[in-house]
Design a protein around this ligand. Structure first.
Ligand SMILES: C[S@@+](CC[C@H](N)C(=O)[O-])C[C@H]1O[C@@H](n2cnc3c(N)ncnc32)[C@H](O)[C@@H]1O
Length: 340
């Protein structure tokens, strides 16, 4: 008998924003952080969070039904996962909660204009109102700058750990992380490979936030910051140049320019490591990567996601050889090329 066809899958996706926004508001309100301090019943919890009585019980029970809280005898508790990744007092908040904060404060609103982005091809982010480029507009506000850079650590940390383990770092002495944000990629590489030193390169306003993050990991003697524009300024001298979640921000011409500049800057035998949420070569399976590409449509001027085959082709055109693609973790993969 043919399986029954139902609209369940369609409805789940179409109404998925409700569950998503319930979680994002819970992060914004600090529900999980409060519960980490002390579990509580509906009255205590809504008073601690400053919520109106009308929606409070439904809100907490929705989180229970979504598997994000537990309720035992009328008392709400975090689950193991929310206690670990969504309590602001826990270091692992940086690898999950910080990304959701940015998704709530920034991407949720921007995605509301997806139809307009699809019709016009124009970014729907801060640049639309200000006429500045995305990073200029985003970084004009210190709190948004801080939140954005922290969220980059959240989105990248698992892949950064994988690169720190997987790449043959023993063959190299120095690494330059281009568009380093808080510096988590360089941090994880240096923590796992004590013989290495490195540079984090990014736009100047990010310097103080990078410095705090590096000092927090005790790496200030091995990891330095260089502020600049990677389309204009000289690349730092390094045996390995890394681009983490960088190429998807830019149009074809600027993707190729960055790879050409990396090739020029590297010594012979040096390596370029490009990593991103790569779209599968058939462009049909990695929904997360395709959705990320739609985010790029909405938040950049010309950026788009790409497949491993695309990236390998661009690396070859830039002059690299011994090109290989390796899966890292989740939706992320890295493409490596050597300057012979
Ligand atoms: C999408 S984030 C990726 C951050 C980090 N590499 C990661 O994977 O989490 C892009 C980074 O590129 C930096 N960036 C943007 N334009 C730049 C430019 N022209 N020169 C140097 N860095 C730039 C941004 O400040 C930001 O930190």
């Amino acid at each position: 008998m043919a399986p029954e066809i139902t609209p369940d899958h369609i409805m789940q996706i179409g109404m998925g924003f409700e569950a998503s926004k319930t979680l994002l508001s819970a992060v914004e309100l600090g529900v999980f952080t409060e519960l980490a301090k002390a579990p509580g019943d509906v009255t205590a919890l809504r008073e601690r969070l400053g919520l109106h009585p009308r929606g409070a019980q439904d809100f907490f029970d929705t989180l229970v039904a979504l598997g994000l809280l537990r309720r035992v005898g009328g008392i709400y508790h975090n689950t193991e996962e929310t206690a670990r990744f969504l309590d602001r007092g826990n270091a692992e908040y940086n690898y999950c909660g910080s990304l959701l904060e940015m998704a709530n404060g920034r991407l949720y609103g921007i995605w509301g204009s997806l139809t307009e982005a699809l019709r016009t091809g124009i970014a729907q982010d801060e640049s639309k109102a200000t006429g500045q480029d995305t990073y200029g507009a985003l970084y004009a506000d210190r709190e948004r700058l801080r939140q954005f850079l922290a969220s980059m650590t959240g989105v990248s940390h698992a892949a950064n750990l994988a690169i720190a383990r997987q790449f043959p770092w023993k063959d190299y002495s120095t690494v330059a992380d281009m568009g380093t944000a808080q510096g988590d990629l360089a941090t994880q590489i240096l923590l796992a490979n004590p013989h290495l030193s490195g540079v984090g390169f990014d736009l100047p306003p990010t310097g103080p936030i990078f410095a705090d993050y590096i000092a927090g990991h005790g790496l200030q003697d091995r990891l330095t910051f260089v502020g600049g524009d990677f389309f204009v300024d000289d690349f730092p001298r390094a045996d390995v140049i890394a681009f983490g979640h960088i190429l998807h921000n830019w149009d074809q011409e600027r993707k190729e320019l960055l790879l050409a500049r990396a090739w020029q800057a590297l010594p012979s035998g040096g390596a370029v490591v490009v990593y991103d949420t790569l779209i599968d070569d058939d462009r049909s399976a990695n929904a997360f990567a395709l959705l990320m590409s739609l985010t790029m449509l909405s938040v950049t001027d010309g950026g788009f996601g790409y497949t491993a085959a695309d990236c390998e082709r661009w690396l070859r055109a830039a002059g690299f050889s011994q090109i290989r693609t390796e899966h890292l973790t989740g939706p992320d993969s890295m493409v490596v090329g050597i300057k012979e």
